[in-house]
Design a binder for this molecule. Structure first.
Ligand code: BGC
Ligand code: MN
Length: 295
């Protein structure tokens, strides 16, 4: 009799222990799920391909659609910081946007930023022809102030006015590099960027001259708003040909750009929708050493 009672007691204890373990597991899973949801929420529920629209936006909405173009090569550590900074920033501003990362690979050792912008512009419009506004963005610049709005206006906008690296001062009035915003129609009117600048420097100065030619004045937000932090990096390979290319900017302006993209020596290897951005991989073959001579 006593043995029976003892056995029943043991069985009861085992059942209790099993129940308790099951309960604890349930609690643990639900806590894990909540943590996971929180982590996703801090990324602002970004859609695949790095897309986001303000809540409540519907198909008939008239709000501007913005493509953020980021030329890229060998800067994984910057890209990660950039994306984690930019998604919450753009969402706080209520922008309807997609981030495109245009990555260069292939035989050309120099970074051809202007060409990558032109490819990004063209491919983004294939992806969605309804973009109104393009933000041209260096991967190493992080906006510091939410009032620096990532939208387009009647004049092309230069947004990176005050960068910490330049003691928050604009280096020169015609500067258009760093971060800029330009409408789809202006980009087309200007024939995009030159495809010929490979290596650091000059492609933005060439674009600035194109703006002048079309009497498009550069607008800028206030200096205390348009503030940026530049991520540190080793100096990149300069383009020794930039001065000679710039001297003959006018002779190239009409042809060298969007209009000559089909002969620019590139092809799009792949387009894929990644978790936080749309990735456009571009193969650029090695160029000859000679400077382009239109004269
Ligand atoms: C280069 C530009 C660059 C600027 C600011 C100029 O000398 O030509 O491409 O954006 O310096 O760094
Ligand atoms: Mn830089």
């Amino acid at each position: 009799m006593r043995q029976m009672r003892l056995r029943r007691l043991i069985l009861l204890q085992v059942a209790c222990a099993l129940g308790l373990t099951a309960y604890l597991n349930l609690v643990k899973t639900s806590v894990e799920r909540k943590t996971l949801q929180k982590a996703v929420r801090t990324d602002g529920n970004v859609g695949f391909g790095g897309k986001w629209s303000p809540p409540g936006r519907n198909l008939s909405s008239t709000s501007e659609k913005v493509a953020i173009l980021v030329p890229f090569r060998d800067r994984e550590e910057h890209l990660d910081i950039f994306l984690r900074h930019m998604h919450p920033f753009l969402q706080r501003q209520g922008i309807d946007y997609v981030i495109y990362v245009i990555e260069q690979h292939g035989g050309e050792p120099m970074f051809c930023k202007g060409l990558l912008y032109n490819v990004g512009y063209t491919e983004a419009l294939k992806d969605d022809p309804t973009y109104d506004c393009f933000i041209l963005h260096d991967v190493d610049l992080l906006p510091e102030d939410d009032r620096n709005l990532y939208t387009c206006s009647k004049s092309p906008l230069h947004l990176s006015v005050a960068i910490d690296k330049f003691d928050y001062n604009l280096p020169y009035t015609d500067l258009f590099g760093g971060v800029s915003a330009i409408t789809k129609s202006h980009y087309r009117l200007l024939n995009g960027y030159s495809n010929l600048f490979c290596g650091w420097g000059g492609e933005d100065d060439d674009m600035s001259l194109r703006l002048k030619r079309h009497m498009l004045e550069i607008s800028r937000p206030e200096k205390d708003v348009a503030r940026y932090k530049m991520l540190p990096h080793n100096h990149t390979k300069e383009n020794p040909q930039r001065y000679i290319l710039l001297r003959h900017w006018l002779a190239r302006a009409m042809t060298d750009g969007l209009k000559s993209l089909h002969t620019a020596g590139y092809n799009v290897t792949s387009t894929s929708h990644r978790e936080l951005y749309t990735h456009i991989l571009v193969n650029i073959s090695k160029r000859g050493g000679e400077v382009y001579h239109p004269w």
